[in-house]
Design a protein around this ligand. Sequence first.
Ligand code: NAD
Length: 368
Amino acid sequence: MSTPSLLILPGDGIGPEVMTEVRKIIDWFGANRDLAFDVSEDLVGGAAYDAHGTPLTDETMARAQAADAVLLGAVGGPKYDSLDFSVKPERGLLRLRKEMDLFSNLRPAQCFDALADFSSLKKDVVAGLDIMIVRELTSGVYFGEPRGIFKEGNERVGINTQRYTESEIARVARSAFELARKRSGKLCSMEKANVMESGILWRDVVTEVHQAEYSDVELSHMYADAGAMQLTRWPKQFDVIVTDNLFGDLLSDLAAMLTGSLGMLPSASLGAPMENGRPKALYEPVHGSAPDIAGQGKANPIACILSFAMALRYSFDQGDEATRLEQAVEGVLADGLRTADLLGEDGATPISTGQMGDAIVAKLSASL
Ligand code: NAD
């Protein structure tokens, strides 16, 4: 097998800072686990706009299409707020997601024991939590036509259309069933089949895919509003949840916040398998470019580091090494090391972005 390729797009604000720490981790795996990557780096977002007048050049897009996996930091910042919509930093990210056709967005919500006190929910509700929300990312009400603001009589009307084809539902359902199979074998599908035809179709298609291909997985269905309540009441009843673009947007943010800080949250966006069998894949932290702390060594690199752990698991079939990295993060947190975002008001001293990266590398070395 040739060395797998990894395209790194650090982006703007704290993106380059957290990515520097990921590079330390990637180097560690190359040096110690015989896991070398052919790493290249390019520009996205405001950084690409500054250099080329566009948030993503065609050349970078082509490199992303050809890479085995793409790892992105964050894009955006106040400097670019007044730019035309067509060249805003976020357009670079949206182009990547659209042209790579990344229809399955994986958002884990995992509570590290050392941070259980950090949640706004009671400790016993979140301690040990480890669930995965799979959100359909390329269709549904954010893309459906007709859309727009129209004149109707003497007032305006705003229209968006929730639209799903059977194949769009089936492919994201398969992605979620596959994940459930690798985890506890349980999948809950959420929609609003009680009030939406697209929800009825969603439920039908998920059930058909289940019966035809995944009857070994335990499938349940829940209305998305009830799902939101259950996620805050007793989230540990779930393992993998699959839902559409709109409900997934809300439910994945809700689930993520059960666990504490934005600086801890990774994500993966996966598409169809490439010729080599690996899915098209973009890994990125959930947080943005955090301009308020950029350049100060305050950013928590863990979300980006855990995004690389997801790349190890979902693109490179290195589940054991992904677990090794997640356990190193857990170990550092258990030692009490915290970046500023993980500290309360108790006056403890935070460590810097670089110190967090170094501590995780040291834990990795201790794991050998
Ligand atoms: P943000 O996620 O950048 O920051 C929200 C708050 O969380 C800030 O107080 C920030 O300091 C803190 N924070 C975020 N990540 C952190 C980390 N790793 N460590 C410590 N603290 C962290 O969201 P925002 O302030 O709404 O947006 C800032 C910019 O980022 C905007 O231009 C926005 O459009 C962009 N954005 C980009 C993405 C992306 O690249 N995927 C996502 C969201 C927002």
